[in-house]
Ligand binder design. Structure first.
Ligand SMILES: [Cu+2]
Length: 352
């Protein structure tokens, strides 16, 4: 009902505006004025408005930088993030001057070259020199930026080589929580299968794969040792989530049915970052950065970066994977394989 009343009110307001304009038009006709002709005064007003817009537009931008500038992330807490930040800085250094200069010229020229009946425009059809400049300069700049970006991307995406000491963690997203699975002493994450998911085994871990036996699952928060490369694997149970770790400049989609990955090396411990930011409550965080449903905002997990000794102490305190619970359920569940079904059919046929 409210919607209907609102629609009626809007229609009536539009109708009244239409009628008022019509009255203006008729009265101007009576005075013998040409309503649809742009007068010199109209032109001057528009030209002045261009300058007003230019000033208010830039004032608004400066105000935004001052007002929200404090929300900018602190220094990158990962080695790879430093390159990502540099890529951003270089991009800003190029686009900010271009943005400022083009916008000042755009509105200033609209003001300066307002219609003047005594002025004639130059006829200027083509210039090969200009065409070359505005084709080559952007091509060259963009090629450098793209190559730089690709290089940074490859750096984060190439898996850590097995020759390098590193940690493997699987980040698992589901509506609406995260869990992290550590590979354990063998540094191999065990296989998982969506068909094995149940209340005792929410990650669908396949315990027939021996590599899974020493895996360790944590929720709420997960820890990382400083200075050691971490190879992340991402999975999702239901919809697309996005694992976003802003302080490490890292984000990756978690897609049901496939495993995505990236790596980074944390370089600043949580304690050091508390000093850097001057905030004793500071915590690194993993967020979901994909609107994945009603409680999307709830999908977060703290990340604690600490020296290796503390990390090892923390891992020792974590409960091991509950293989009994997982396997108990597994035995009760009879998996219907194609072979079993065809054997049944064959037995059925021979019985008749
Ligand atoms: Cu999500």
């Amino acid at each position: 009902m409210t919607t209907l009343l609102t629609v009626i009110a809007v229609v009536l307001v539009l109708f009244v505006i239409g009628q008022i304009l019509r009255v203006f038009e008729l009265s101007a006709n009576l005075r013998g004025e040409a309503v649809y002709e742009v007068s010199e005064r109209d032109g001057k007003t528009q030209a002045a408005l261009m300058l007003v817009f230019l000033v208010s537009y830039f004032s608004f931008i400066i105000w935004q930088v001052v007002k929200w500038g404090k929300l900018v992330l602190p220094v990158s807490a990962s080695a790879e993030g430093v390159t990502t930040d540099l890529l951003f800085t270089v991009t800003w250094a190029i686009i900010i001057p271009v943005f400022v200069i083009t916008h000042i010229l755009l509105f200033y020229f609209a003001y300066k070259y307002v219609y003047d009946k005594n002025r004639r425009a130059d006829f200027f059809a083509h210039s090969n020199k200009l065409e070359l400049i505005w084709t080559i300069v952007p091509t060259f700049t963009l090629t450098i930026l793209i190559l730089f970006g690709l290089n940074t991307w490859n750096d984060m995406m190439t898996p850590v080589s097995d020759d390098v000491d590193h940690l493997k963690i699987e980040v698992y997203g589901k509506q609406f929580s995260w869990s992290a699975r550590y590979s354990g002493p063998d540094n191999k994450i065990g296989k998982a299968d969506i068909h094995l998911i149940n209340a005792d085994n929410p990650l669908g871990i396949d315990i027939r794969d021996k590599n899974s036996h020493d895996d360790m699952i944590v929720t709420g928060e997960f820890h990382l040792p400083v200075g050691i490369p971490v190879q992340f694997y991402f999975r999702s149970q239901d919809v697309i989530h996005s694992a976003y770790m802003p302080h490490f400049r890292a984000q990756m989609n978690c897609v049901p049915g496939i495993t995505t990955l990236f790596k980074y090396t944390p370089t600043i411990t949580s304690a050091e970052m508390k000093t850097i930011t001057g905030n004793p409550d500071f915590e690194y965080i993993l967020l979901c950065n994909k609107i994945c449903g009603a409680a999307h905002y709830n999908m977060q997990m703290n990340i604690i970066v600490e020296p290796l000794e503390d990390f090892l102490k923390w891992t020792a305190d974590q409960p091991a994977l509950n293989i009994e619970a997982i396997s108990g359920i597994e035995e009760e569940k009879e998996v219907e394989t194609i072979e079993a079904v065809s054997e049944e059919i064959e037995a059925d046929i021979s019985a008749h």
